[in-house]
Design a protein around this ligand. Sequence first.
Ligand code: ATP
Length: 230
Amino acid sequence: MFEVSSLSASYGEAAALHDVSLTIAPGEVVTLVGRNGAGKTTLLRCLMGLHRQYTGGITLDGRRIDGLTPDRRARAGVGWVPDDRGIYATLTVFENLTLPPIVGPDGWSLEKIYDVFPALRDRRGSMGTQLSGGEQQMLAIARVLRSGSRLLLLDEPSEGLAPVIVQRIAEIIREAKQHGVAVLLVEQNVKFAATVADRHYLLAQGRVVESLDNAEFQRRETELLAHLGM
Ligand code: ATP
């Protein structure tokens, strides 16, 4: 179980998150929905330890991780796919996949990765720079699954990608879910969020204003999005 309790964050004097609490069970996909500037990326950066100016608790599988460096959080099982995907441009697909350490017993084998992501098998000798946006996104997710992370943090994975690739990413998120990975998905593409998520947290001006299951989210979508100003 992944748990965030009463997390508040700021940039200097400016508050960015207020008292955010959330939970994600293994195999659960949860989204964080909110307009630009709501604090979504700040929250992911706090969870990964990349933004340090915050208070509150972060626990993964019973272990407090909020005092750890980003590197140690990765080793504790937190996997991060940043919005720029973070691919090493001058390394090959194979090198990008195999560079990060294996941090858990459930990491996917290379064979499994290549079966689920056939494009990465075809492109395994290509440099990061030679990949399309969709291939980079697949590689970034595959890298986390290979490492055996228990938590996958995804920052706007559908942004700028063709609908057919977005559909593929949804399938891959479902596959990760089936393997018991907890997924926190930041999304502005609400249709995409509703096709993959079990639950949603709505974030406005740094606060969680609603927490609801996917059925209720879909039923009240228009009202909720108007409320968020999206
Ligand atoms: P977006 O989808 O545009 O990335 P977001 O929901 O991820 O939006 P954040 O980027 O987390 O929002 O921003 C939350 C608040 O923190 C905003 O008011 C933003 O201006 C502020 N902020 C973000 N990064 C910084 C920074 N490096 N320095 C100062 N303020 C920042």
